[in-house]
Write a new protein. Structure first.
Length: 115
């Protein structure tokens, strides 16, 4: 079972789980991914929540449905994942980091020194 946090919708956390499997090579391009029911059982969630995650992955052009087979990874799934993760970093993560830095009085130089 997967541990879910409160900071992101569950379907997005399931999509992140898929993203991680794609990036680390556990789910190779062009291959079938686990079924909606398999993922729901594995992660301990409702199948509707997994379906919502699958819709998100389709919109991100990471998976495509195949009649009689379920969902298949696109050939460029890893590239699409990187593209989506970069978008999220610049649109969500970085602005939140900047806001927290301002709140705590942390300068860019301090962060650069640590990095």
């Amino acid at each position: 079972m997967m541990e879910f946090s409160d900071n992101k919708p569950i379907y997005r956390q399931i999509a992140d789980y898929a993203f991680n499997n794609i990036i680390d090579g556990s789910w190779p391009p062009g291959e079938k991914i686990p079924s909606v029911r398999e993922l729901a059982a594995l992660l301990g969630v409702n199948t509707r929540t997994v379906l919502k995650a699958m819709e998100y992955l389709q919109d991100a052009r990471v998976i495509t449905p195949r009649r009689g087979m379920g969902f298949i990874l696109t050939e460029d799934a890893a590239g699409q994942v990187v593209k989506e993760r970069r978008r999220e970093f610049f649109e969500v993560t970085l602005p939140a980091l900047r806001q927290e830095m301002e709140r705590l009085g942390i300068s860019r130089e301090e962060v650069t020194d640590v990095l």
